[in-house]
Ligand binder design. Structure first.
Ligand code: 5AD
Ligand code: SF4
Length: 463
Protein backbone atom coordinates (compact mmCIF):
# COMPACT_ATOMS: atom_id res chain seq x y z
CA UNK A 1 0.00 0.00 0.00
CA UNK A 2 1.15 3.54 -0.76
CA UNK A 3 2.86 5.28 2.17
CA UNK A 4 0.56 8.33 2.05
CA UNK A 5 -2.38 6.00 2.09
CA UNK A 6 -1.04 4.22 5.19
CA UNK A 7 -0.57 7.52 7.00
CA UNK A 8 -4.06 8.70 6.10
CA UNK A 9 -5.57 5.38 7.19
CA UNK A 10 -3.83 5.67 10.58
CA UNK A 11 -5.25 9.17 11.01
CA UNK A 12 -8.74 8.06 10.02
CA UNK A 13 -8.48 5.10 12.41
CA UNK A 14 -7.57 7.42 15.31
CA UNK A 15 -10.59 9.61 14.54
CA UNK A 16 -12.78 6.51 14.34
CA UNK A 17 -11.62 5.30 17.75
CA UNK A 18 -12.35 8.71 19.29
CA UNK A 19 -15.86 8.79 17.80
CA UNK A 20 -16.57 5.15 18.83
CA UNK A 21 -15.71 6.04 22.44
CA UNK A 22 -18.02 9.03 22.38
CA UNK A 23 -20.85 6.95 20.90
CA UNK A 24 -20.42 4.29 23.61
CA UNK A 25 -20.77 6.95 26.30
CA UNK A 26 -23.77 8.50 24.63
CA UNK A 27 -25.54 5.22 23.87
CA UNK A 28 -24.40 2.84 26.67
CA UNK A 29 -27.34 0.45 26.26
CA UNK A 30 -27.58 0.09 22.49
CA UNK A 31 -25.94 0.91 19.20
CA UNK A 32 -26.93 4.23 17.63
CA UNK A 33 -28.94 3.82 14.44
CA UNK A 34 -28.35 5.58 11.13
CA UNK A 35 -30.66 6.05 8.17
CA UNK A 36 -28.53 6.78 5.09
CA UNK A 37 -30.14 7.23 1.71
CA UNK A 38 -28.36 7.87 -1.59
CA UNK A 39 -30.00 9.65 -4.51
CA UNK A 40 -28.86 9.93 -8.10
CA UNK A 41 -26.27 7.95 -10.05
CA UNK A 42 -24.52 4.69 -9.26
CA UNK A 43 -21.39 6.55 -8.22
CA UNK A 44 -23.40 8.23 -5.49
CA UNK A 45 -24.92 4.94 -4.39
CA UNK A 46 -21.42 3.49 -4.26
CA UNK A 47 -20.19 6.45 -2.16
CA UNK A 48 -23.13 5.82 0.17
CA UNK A 49 -22.01 2.20 0.64
CA UNK A 50 -18.55 3.42 1.60
CA UNK A 51 -19.94 5.94 4.09
CA UNK A 52 -22.02 3.14 5.60
CA UNK A 53 -18.87 1.04 5.87
CA UNK A 54 -17.20 3.81 7.84
CA UNK A 55 -20.22 4.42 10.05
CA UNK A 56 -20.52 0.72 10.77
CA UNK A 57 -16.88 0.65 11.92
CA UNK A 58 -17.61 3.56 14.22
CA UNK A 59 -20.44 1.61 15.86
CA UNK A 60 -23.61 2.52 13.97
CA UNK A 61 -26.39 0.14 12.98
CA UNK A 62 -28.65 0.96 10.04
CA UNK A 63 -32.39 1.25 9.53
CA UNK A 64 -34.64 1.61 6.48
CA UNK A 65 -36.72 4.59 7.57
CA UNK A 66 -35.87 7.99 8.98
CA UNK A 67 -38.43 7.81 11.81
CA UNK A 68 -36.42 6.05 14.51
CA UNK A 69 -32.91 7.04 13.47
CA UNK A 70 -30.33 8.82 15.66
CA UNK A 71 -28.51 9.98 12.55
CA UNK A 72 -30.00 10.74 9.13
CA UNK A 73 -27.70 11.24 6.16
CA UNK A 74 -29.03 12.17 2.74
CA UNK A 75 -26.42 11.56 0.06
CA UNK A 76 -27.56 14.01 -2.59
CA UNK A 77 -27.44 14.52 -6.37
CA UNK A 78 -27.05 17.89 -8.12
CA UNK A 79 -27.28 16.92 -11.76
CA UNK A 80 -30.78 18.34 -12.29
CA UNK A 81 -32.82 20.91 -10.42
CA UNK A 82 -35.68 18.54 -9.56
CA UNK A 83 -33.22 16.27 -7.70
CA UNK A 84 -32.27 19.25 -5.51
CA UNK A 85 -35.88 20.34 -4.97
CA UNK A 86 -36.72 16.85 -3.80
CA UNK A 87 -34.00 16.97 -1.14
CA UNK A 88 -35.21 20.32 0.22
CA UNK A 89 -38.73 18.88 0.38
CA UNK A 90 -37.51 15.88 2.39
CA UNK A 91 -35.41 17.97 4.77
CA UNK A 92 -38.49 20.12 5.34
CA UNK A 93 -40.48 17.03 6.31
CA UNK A 94 -37.76 15.98 8.77
CA UNK A 95 -38.25 19.14 10.81
CA UNK A 96 -40.90 17.44 12.95
CA UNK A 97 -38.53 14.50 13.64
CA UNK A 98 -35.97 16.95 14.98
CA UNK A 99 -38.65 18.70 17.07
CA UNK A 100 -39.65 15.35 18.60
CA UNK A 101 -36.06 14.27 19.16
CA UNK A 102 -33.56 17.12 19.62
CA UNK A 103 -30.71 14.59 19.84
CA UNK A 104 -31.31 13.56 16.23
CA UNK A 105 -28.54 14.58 13.81
CA UNK A 106 -29.59 15.38 10.25
CA UNK A 107 -26.85 15.63 7.66
CA UNK A 108 -26.61 16.04 3.91
CA UNK A 109 -23.64 15.06 1.79
CA UNK A 110 -22.72 14.35 -1.83
CA UNK A 111 -22.83 16.53 -4.94
CA UNK A 112 -25.40 19.08 -3.82
CA UNK A 113 -23.63 19.49 -0.48
CA UNK A 114 -20.44 20.44 -2.35
CA UNK A 115 -22.12 23.56 -3.79
CA UNK A 116 -21.70 26.75 -1.77
CA UNK A 117 -25.26 27.89 -2.55
CA UNK A 118 -26.53 24.79 -0.69
CA UNK A 119 -24.57 25.63 2.46
CA UNK A 120 -26.02 29.17 2.36
CA UNK A 121 -29.59 27.93 1.97
CA UNK A 122 -29.22 25.34 4.75
CA UNK A 123 -27.72 27.92 7.10
CA UNK A 124 -30.51 30.41 6.53
CA UNK A 125 -33.57 28.19 6.18
CA UNK A 126 -33.07 24.62 7.39
CA UNK A 127 -31.90 24.91 10.99
CA UNK A 128 -32.72 21.24 11.60
CA UNK A 129 -29.62 20.27 9.56
CA UNK A 130 -26.37 20.11 11.54
CA UNK A 131 -24.00 18.53 9.06
CA UNK A 132 -23.23 19.44 5.44
CA UNK A 133 -20.28 17.78 3.72
CA UNK A 134 -19.29 17.57 0.08
CA UNK A 135 -17.83 14.84 -2.08
CA UNK A 136 -14.24 15.13 -0.83
CA UNK A 137 -14.86 15.28 2.93
CA UNK A 138 -15.52 11.61 3.63
CA UNK A 139 -12.01 11.25 5.10
CA UNK A 140 -13.10 13.63 7.87
CA UNK A 141 -16.44 11.93 8.49
CA UNK A 142 -15.53 10.74 12.00
CA UNK A 143 -14.18 14.14 13.08
CA UNK A 144 -17.23 15.94 11.70
CA UNK A 145 -19.62 13.67 13.60
CA UNK A 146 -17.53 14.00 16.76
CA UNK A 147 -17.78 17.75 16.46
CA UNK A 148 -21.56 17.77 15.94
CA UNK A 149 -22.23 15.34 18.81
CA UNK A 150 -19.95 17.04 21.31
CA UNK A 151 -20.59 20.69 20.43
CA UNK A 152 -24.06 20.59 18.83
CA UNK A 153 -23.25 23.11 16.15
CA UNK A 154 -23.62 23.20 12.38
CA UNK A 155 -20.58 21.67 10.70
CA UNK A 156 -20.01 22.49 7.03
CA UNK A 157 -17.16 20.88 5.13
CA UNK A 158 -16.83 21.74 1.46
CA UNK A 159 -13.10 21.11 1.24
CA UNK A 160 -11.62 20.68 -2.23
CA UNK A 161 -10.01 17.53 -3.58
CA UNK A 162 -6.48 16.80 -2.33
CA UNK A 163 -5.95 14.34 -5.20
CA UNK A 164 -5.47 11.35 -2.87
CA UNK A 165 -7.60 8.25 -3.23
CA UNK A 166 -7.79 6.30 0.01
CA UNK A 167 -7.66 2.55 -0.51
CA UNK A 168 -8.70 0.00 2.06
CA UNK A 169 -11.87 1.52 3.55
CA UNK A 170 -14.52 -1.19 3.69
CA UNK A 171 -18.05 -0.71 2.35
CA UNK A 172 -21.43 -1.98 3.53
CA UNK A 173 -22.82 -3.28 0.26
CA UNK A 174 -26.55 -3.39 -0.39
CA UNK A 175 -26.44 -6.44 -2.65
CA UNK A 176 -24.71 -9.75 -1.99
CA UNK A 177 -24.30 -10.59 -5.69
CA UNK A 178 -23.90 -7.31 -7.60
CA UNK A 179 -21.17 -4.85 -6.68
CA UNK A 180 -20.11 -1.44 -7.95
CA UNK A 181 -16.40 -0.75 -8.11
CA UNK A 182 -15.14 2.75 -8.87
CA UNK A 183 -12.16 2.83 -11.21
CA UNK A 184 -11.87 6.60 -11.35
CA UNK A 185 -13.41 9.70 -9.87
CA UNK A 186 -14.18 13.18 -11.20
CA UNK A 187 -14.50 14.54 -14.71
CA UNK A 188 -12.41 16.88 -16.88
CA UNK A 189 -14.83 17.32 -19.74
CA UNK A 190 -16.88 20.35 -18.77
CA UNK A 191 -19.83 19.63 -21.02
CA UNK A 192 -21.51 23.03 -21.01
CA UNK A 193 -24.72 21.89 -19.24
CA UNK A 194 -23.13 19.73 -16.55
CA UNK A 195 -22.42 20.48 -12.90
CA UNK A 196 -20.44 17.26 -12.27
CA UNK A 197 -16.92 18.63 -12.94
CA UNK A 198 -17.61 21.42 -10.44
CA UNK A 199 -18.80 19.14 -7.63
CA UNK A 200 -16.67 16.06 -8.21
CA UNK A 201 -13.39 17.66 -9.21
CA UNK A 202 -10.74 16.58 -11.68
CA UNK A 203 -10.20 13.04 -12.92
CA UNK A 204 -8.14 10.68 -10.82
CA UNK A 205 -7.77 6.96 -11.39
CA UNK A 206 -7.25 4.05 -9.05
CA UNK A 207 -4.37 1.79 -9.98
CA UNK A 208 -5.15 -1.39 -11.97
CA UNK A 209 -3.79 -3.44 -9.05
CA UNK A 210 -6.12 -1.78 -6.54
CA UNK A 211 -9.12 -2.43 -8.81
CA UNK A 212 -7.98 -5.99 -9.53
CA UNK A 213 -7.58 -6.77 -5.82
CA UNK A 214 -11.00 -5.41 -4.98
CA UNK A 215 -12.72 -7.29 -7.81
CA UNK A 216 -10.89 -10.56 -6.99
CA UNK A 217 -11.99 -10.23 -3.37
CA UNK A 218 -15.60 -9.66 -4.40
CA UNK A 219 -15.60 -12.68 -6.73
CA UNK A 220 -14.10 -14.85 -3.98
CA UNK A 221 -16.91 -13.83 -1.67
CA UNK A 222 -19.54 -14.81 -4.21
CA UNK A 223 -20.34 -11.69 -6.24
CA UNK A 224 -21.64 -12.42 -9.74
CA UNK A 225 -21.84 -8.98 -11.31
CA UNK A 226 -19.24 -6.22 -11.20
CA UNK A 227 -20.22 -2.74 -12.34
CA UNK A 228 -17.13 -0.62 -12.98
CA UNK A 229 -17.81 3.05 -12.41
CA UNK A 230 -16.35 6.31 -13.65
CA UNK A 231 -17.80 9.53 -15.12
CA UNK A 232 -15.83 8.68 -18.23
CA UNK A 233 -14.07 5.32 -17.97
CA UNK A 234 -12.41 5.95 -21.35
CA UNK A 235 -10.07 8.42 -19.76
CA UNK A 236 -8.97 5.95 -17.09
CA UNK A 237 -5.28 6.82 -16.77
CA UNK A 238 -3.90 3.31 -17.09
CA UNK A 239 -5.95 2.31 -20.15
CA UNK A 240 -9.50 1.06 -19.76
CA UNK A 241 -9.41 -1.70 -22.43
CA UNK A 242 -6.32 -3.10 -20.68
CA UNK A 243 -8.13 -2.99 -17.35
CA UNK A 244 -11.07 -4.93 -18.83
CA UNK A 245 -8.67 -7.61 -20.08
CA UNK A 246 -6.95 -7.82 -16.71
CA UNK A 247 -10.24 -8.22 -14.82
CA UNK A 248 -11.50 -10.71 -17.39
CA UNK A 249 -8.62 -12.99 -16.41
CA UNK A 250 -9.94 -13.41 -12.84
CA UNK A 251 -11.20 -16.96 -12.29
CA UNK A 252 -14.90 -17.40 -11.62
CA UNK A 253 -18.36 -17.17 -13.16
CA UNK A 254 -19.28 -13.49 -13.24
CA UNK A 255 -20.23 -10.66 -15.58
CA UNK A 256 -18.44 -7.31 -15.93
CA UNK A 257 -20.36 -4.15 -16.83
CA UNK A 258 -19.24 -0.55 -16.80
CA UNK A 259 -20.47 3.02 -17.16
CA UNK A 260 -20.14 5.65 -18.50
CA UNK A 261 -18.20 6.00 -21.71
CA UNK A 262 -17.69 9.33 -23.42
CA UNK A 263 -18.14 8.95 -27.21
CA UNK A 264 -15.27 11.35 -27.94
CA UNK A 265 -12.79 8.73 -26.78
CA UNK A 266 -14.66 5.46 -27.20
CA UNK A 267 -12.06 3.63 -29.31
CA UNK A 268 -11.98 0.54 -31.50
CA UNK A 269 -9.63 -0.85 -28.86
CA UNK A 270 -12.41 -0.55 -26.29
CA UNK A 271 -14.88 -2.35 -28.57
CA UNK A 272 -12.28 -5.06 -29.26
CA UNK A 273 -11.79 -5.63 -25.54
CA UNK A 274 -15.56 -5.90 -24.97
CA UNK A 275 -15.92 -8.34 -27.85
CA UNK A 276 -12.91 -10.47 -26.90
CA UNK A 277 -13.42 -10.68 -23.12
CA UNK A 278 -15.99 -13.40 -22.46
CA UNK A 279 -16.96 -11.99 -19.07
CA UNK A 280 -17.67 -8.47 -20.32
CA UNK A 281 -21.30 -7.76 -21.26
CA UNK A 282 -21.74 -7.10 -24.95
CA UNK A 283 -23.27 -3.71 -24.49
CA UNK A 284 -22.16 -0.15 -24.22
CA UNK A 285 -23.80 2.78 -22.49
CA UNK A 286 -22.70 5.60 -24.78
CA UNK A 287 -24.41 8.88 -23.87
CA UNK A 288 -24.99 10.79 -27.12
CA UNK A 289 -27.02 13.64 -25.53
CA UNK A 290 -28.46 14.77 -28.87
CA UNK A 291 -28.40 14.06 -32.60
CA UNK A 292 -27.55 17.50 -33.97
CA UNK A 293 -23.97 18.61 -34.63
CA UNK A 294 -24.65 22.28 -33.86
CA UNK A 295 -26.06 21.42 -30.43
CA UNK A 296 -23.28 18.90 -29.75
CA UNK A 297 -20.82 21.72 -30.32
CA UNK A 298 -22.73 24.05 -27.99
CA UNK A 299 -22.71 21.25 -25.44
CA UNK A 300 -18.90 21.01 -25.79
CA UNK A 301 -19.15 17.28 -26.45
CA UNK A 302 -16.27 17.21 -28.95
CA UNK A 303 -17.64 14.59 -31.34
CA UNK A 304 -20.06 14.70 -34.26
CA UNK A 305 -23.04 12.49 -35.05
CA UNK A 306 -20.87 10.92 -37.77
CA UNK A 307 -18.06 10.07 -35.26
CA UNK A 308 -20.66 8.51 -32.99
CA UNK A 309 -22.23 6.40 -35.74
CA UNK A 310 -18.77 5.18 -36.75
CA UNK A 311 -18.24 3.60 -33.31
CA UNK A 312 -21.70 2.04 -33.43
CA UNK A 313 -21.08 0.57 -36.84
CA UNK A 314 -17.62 -0.72 -35.88
CA UNK A 315 -19.10 -2.50 -32.85
CA UNK A 316 -21.82 -4.05 -34.97
CA UNK A 317 -19.30 -5.12 -37.59
CA UNK A 318 -17.66 -7.17 -34.80
CA UNK A 319 -20.91 -8.55 -33.29
CA UNK A 320 -24.22 -8.06 -35.06
CA UNK A 321 -26.11 -8.03 -31.79
CA UNK A 322 -23.96 -5.43 -30.00
CA UNK A 323 -26.31 -3.52 -27.74
CA UNK A 324 -26.28 0.25 -27.09
CA UNK A 325 -27.97 2.44 -24.55
CA UNK A 326 -27.73 6.18 -24.17
CA UNK A 327 -28.59 9.41 -22.35
CA UNK A 328 -30.44 12.22 -24.14
CA UNK A 329 -31.02 15.82 -23.12
CA UNK A 330 -34.10 17.44 -24.62
CA UNK A 331 -34.46 21.22 -24.87
CA UNK A 332 -30.87 22.43 -24.57
CA UNK A 333 -30.83 26.29 -24.78
CA UNK A 334 -31.48 27.39 -28.33
CA UNK A 335 -32.44 23.96 -29.63
CA UNK A 336 -35.08 24.17 -32.38
CA UNK A 337 -37.76 21.62 -33.16
CA UNK A 338 -35.90 20.63 -36.34
CA UNK A 339 -32.76 20.01 -34.31
CA UNK A 340 -34.72 17.97 -31.80
CA UNK A 341 -36.07 15.89 -34.71
CA UNK A 342 -32.46 15.02 -35.61
CA UNK A 343 -32.21 13.35 -32.20
CA UNK A 344 -35.32 11.29 -32.97
CA UNK A 345 -33.74 10.34 -36.29
CA UNK A 346 -30.53 9.27 -34.55
CA UNK A 347 -32.24 7.04 -32.01
CA UNK A 348 -34.10 5.35 -34.86
CA UNK A 349 -30.81 4.83 -36.74
CA UNK A 350 -28.85 3.43 -33.81
CA UNK A 351 -31.61 1.25 -32.37
CA UNK A 352 -30.96 1.59 -28.65
CA UNK A 353 -32.09 -1.07 -26.25
CA UNK A 354 -32.50 1.60 -23.61
CA UNK A 355 -32.50 5.38 -23.49
CA UNK A 356 -32.46 7.62 -20.43
CA UNK A 357 -33.86 10.96 -21.45
CA UNK A 358 -34.04 14.19 -19.50
CA UNK A 359 -35.38 17.66 -20.00
CA UNK A 360 -32.49 20.13 -19.88
CA UNK A 361 -32.10 21.62 -16.42
CA UNK A 362 -30.26 24.89 -15.91
CA UNK A 363 -27.35 24.50 -13.47
CA UNK A 364 -25.93 27.76 -12.22
CA UNK A 365 -22.17 28.02 -12.63
CA UNK A 366 -22.16 26.11 -15.92
CA UNK A 367 -21.62 27.70 -19.34
CA UNK A 368 -25.04 26.71 -20.64
CA UNK A 369 -26.69 28.58 -17.76
CA UNK A 370 -25.61 31.80 -19.49
CA UNK A 371 -27.10 30.83 -22.86
CA UNK A 372 -30.35 32.24 -24.16
CA UNK A 373 -33.19 29.74 -23.61
CA UNK A 374 -36.48 30.59 -25.33
CA UNK A 375 -38.27 27.26 -25.23
CA UNK A 376 -40.90 26.85 -22.52
CA UNK A 377 -40.74 23.99 -20.01
CA UNK A 378 -44.11 22.85 -21.34
CA UNK A 379 -42.74 22.63 -24.88
CA UNK A 380 -39.71 20.68 -23.66
CA UNK A 381 -42.00 18.29 -21.82
CA UNK A 382 -43.91 17.64 -25.05
CA UNK A 383 -40.67 16.96 -26.94
CA UNK A 384 -39.61 14.51 -24.26
CA UNK A 385 -42.91 12.65 -24.65
CA UNK A 386 -42.44 12.57 -28.40
CA UNK A 387 -38.97 11.11 -27.95
CA UNK A 388 -40.21 8.44 -25.57
CA UNK A 389 -42.97 7.42 -28.02
CA UNK A 390 -40.36 7.07 -30.76
CA UNK A 391 -38.14 4.97 -28.49
CA UNK A 392 -41.03 2.78 -27.38
CA UNK A 393 -41.78 1.84 -30.97
CA UNK A 394 -38.10 1.18 -31.72
CA UNK A 395 -37.44 -0.84 -28.60
CA UNK A 396 -40.52 -3.04 -29.03
CA UNK A 397 -39.28 -3.99 -32.50
CA UNK A 398 -35.77 -4.54 -31.17
CA UNK A 399 -36.80 -6.69 -28.22
CA UNK A 400 -38.52 -9.17 -30.52
CA UNK A 401 -35.05 -10.19 -31.82
CA UNK A 402 -34.64 -12.22 -28.62
CA UNK A 403 -37.83 -14.27 -28.96
CA UNK A 404 -36.98 -17.96 -29.35
CA UNK A 405 -33.40 -17.43 -28.16
CA UNK A 406 -31.89 -18.68 -24.91
CA UNK A 407 -30.24 -15.96 -22.87
CA UNK A 408 -28.25 -15.97 -19.64
CA UNK A 409 -29.86 -13.93 -16.90
CA UNK A 410 -28.56 -12.89 -13.50
CA UNK A 411 -31.73 -13.04 -11.40
CA UNK A 412 -31.83 -10.00 -9.14
CA UNK A 413 -35.33 -9.57 -7.67
CA UNK A 414 -38.96 -10.63 -7.35
CA UNK A 415 -41.34 -9.01 -9.83
CA UNK A 416 -43.46 -6.67 -7.77
CA UNK A 417 -47.16 -7.39 -8.07
CA UNK A 418 -46.56 -10.67 -9.92
CA UNK A 419 -46.56 -13.52 -7.42
CA UNK A 420 -44.25 -16.42 -8.35
CA UNK A 421 -42.19 -14.40 -10.84
CA UNK A 422 -38.59 -13.23 -10.59
CA UNK A 423 -36.56 -11.11 -12.97
CA UNK A 424 -33.04 -10.12 -13.87
CA UNK A 425 -30.97 -8.69 -16.70
CA UNK A 426 -29.49 -10.45 -19.67
CA UNK A 427 -26.05 -9.61 -21.01
CA UNK A 428 -27.48 -6.63 -22.96
CA UNK A 429 -28.97 -5.26 -19.76
CA UNK A 430 -32.56 -6.02 -20.80
CA UNK A 431 -34.99 -7.08 -18.07
CA UNK A 432 -36.20 -10.65 -18.39
CA UNK A 433 -39.11 -11.94 -16.30
CA UNK A 434 -39.66 -15.62 -15.62
CA UNK A 435 -41.63 -17.90 -13.37
CA UNK A 436 -39.49 -18.97 -10.42
CA UNK A 437 -38.93 -18.69 -6.71
CA UNK A 438 -36.99 -16.06 -4.76
CA UNK A 439 -34.30 -18.67 -4.10
CA UNK A 440 -33.04 -18.01 -7.61
CA UNK A 441 -32.10 -14.42 -6.71
CA UNK A 442 -28.36 -13.95 -6.98
CA UNK A 443 -27.74 -16.78 -9.44
CA UNK A 444 -27.44 -17.11 -13.20
CA UNK A 445 -30.17 -18.91 -15.15
CA UNK A 446 -30.49 -19.97 -18.78
CA UNK A 447 -33.79 -18.56 -19.95
CA UNK A 448 -35.65 -19.20 -23.20
CA UNK A 449 -37.38 -16.01 -24.31
CA UNK A 450 -41.02 -16.62 -25.24
CA UNK A 451 -42.37 -13.11 -25.60
CA UNK A 452 -41.27 -9.49 -26.00
CA UNK A 453 -43.33 -7.18 -23.81
CA UNK A 454 -43.32 -3.36 -23.95
CA UNK A 455 -40.09 -2.81 -22.08
CA UNK A 456 -38.98 -6.29 -21.00
CA UNK A 457 -38.83 -9.90 -22.08
CA UNK A 458 -40.78 -12.87 -20.76
CA UNK A 459 -39.06 -16.23 -20.65
CA UNK A 460 -38.91 -19.65 -19.04
CA UNK A 461 -36.05 -21.31 -17.32
CA UNK A 462 -34.20 -23.99 -19.29
CA UNK A 463 -32.94 -26.87 -17.19
N1 5AD B 1 -29.90 18.79 -17.50
C1 5AD B 1 -30.45 17.62 -17.91
N2 5AD B 1 -29.77 16.48 -17.94
C2 5AD B 1 -28.47 16.50 -17.55
N3 5AD B 1 -27.54 15.52 -17.50
C3 5AD B 1 -26.40 16.06 -17.01
N4 5AD B 1 -26.56 17.37 -16.78
C4 5AD B 1 -27.85 17.67 -17.11
C5 5AD B 1 -28.62 18.86 -17.11
N5 5AD B 1 -28.10 20.02 -16.71
C6 5AD B 1 -27.79 14.16 -17.94
C7 5AD B 1 -26.88 13.78 -19.10
C8 5AD B 1 -25.92 12.82 -18.46
C9 5AD B 1 -26.79 12.19 -17.40
C10 5AD B 1 -26.06 11.49 -16.32
O1 5AD B 1 -27.52 13.26 -16.89
O2 5AD B 1 -27.66 13.13 -20.09
O3 5AD B 1 -25.39 11.87 -19.36
FE1 SF4 C 1 -20.97 15.77 -17.09
FE2 SF4 C 1 -19.89 15.62 -19.55
FE3 SF4 C 1 -18.43 14.91 -17.39
FE4 SF4 C 1 -20.49 13.37 -18.18
S1 SF4 C 1 -18.62 13.78 -19.38
S2 SF4 C 1 -20.02 14.01 -16.05
S3 SF4 C 1 -21.97 14.88 -18.92
S4 SF4 C 1 -19.19 16.95 -17.86
Amino acid sequence: MHLNNDKEIVKIEQSRARLSELLKQKYPERKPVCYLHSYGCQQNVSDGEKLKGMLSEAGYDFCDTAENADLIILNTCAVRENAEDKIYGIIGEYKHLKNNNPELIIGICGCMAQESKTAERIKSTYKQVELVFGTFAYKQLFDMLYEVISNRRLVINQSEDDGNIIEGLSAVRTSSFSASVSVMYGCNNFCSYCIVPYVRGRERSRTPDAVYDEVSGLIKSGYKEIMLLGQNVNSYSYGFPQLLRKLNSIDGDFIIRFMSSHPKDASHELIDAIVECEKVAKCLHLPVQCGCNRILKEMNRRYTVEDYLEIVSYARSRITDFSFSTDIIVGFPGETYDEFCQTKELIKNVGYDNIFSFVYSKRSGTKAALMQDNISEKQKGLWLRELLMEQRETSQKLLSRFVGKTVRVLIDSDVSGKEGYVCGKNSEGIIVELMGSSELIGSFAQVKVIKAMNWALLGEIVI
